[in-house]
Write a protein that binds this ligand. Structure first.
Ligand code: HEC
Length: 117
């Protein structure tokens, strides 16, 4: 039980820290956008069009991304890290869990996702 509480506190702290680190960071957004659109890195565009952004020839296996600016950063991080936690039958690969993107790269992607209305 104690261990559980510690874990909850630690993840809450991590959330707060990442919010502070991300605020207004244009470089991070750019970095995230690059990961999103680069086939050899994130390759998110293979499955997602993005509302309001010009994406080069996006795939449509995943939904068109929109309204993500309203999502909490932690929820976006978790989605990219491992979509199965919120959707056990997701067709989206777990980029964090399978080691394709590290935490820093996911944070950059999240900063970019937060710009999507
Ligand atoms: C192989 C296809 C595929 C790739 C590649 C992919 N996704 Fe997805 N994504 C999906 C599918 C399918 C869903 C809908 C099911 C779900 O929510 O898990 C989804 C859902 C999402 C959602 C939730 C959207 C919503 O409105 O609920 C976000 C955010 C997202 N993807 C971001 C990303 C990011 C960022 C990347 C790249 C790091 C990425 N996806 C790569 C297939 C993909």
């Amino acid at each position: 039980m104690q261990r559980m509480k510690l874990l909850v506190a630690a993840s809450a702290m991590a959330g707060l820290l990442s919010v502070g680190a991300m605020a207004g960071n244009a470089d991070l957004v750019k970095q995230g956008e690059k990961i999103f659109n680069t086939k050899k890195i994130g390759n998110c565009l293979a499955c997602h069009a993005v509302n309001g952004k010009n994406i080069n020839n996006p795939g449509n296996l995943g939904p068109k991304l929109q309204g993500l600016s309203a999502w909490p950063e932690q929820a976006l991080f978790d989605k990219v890290y491992d979509p199965y936690t919120t959707n056990p039958i997701s067709a989206m690969p777990p980029f964090g869990k399978n080691g394709v993107l590290n935490d820093e790269q996911i944070k950059a992607v999240v900063a970019y996702l937060k710009t999507i209305n």
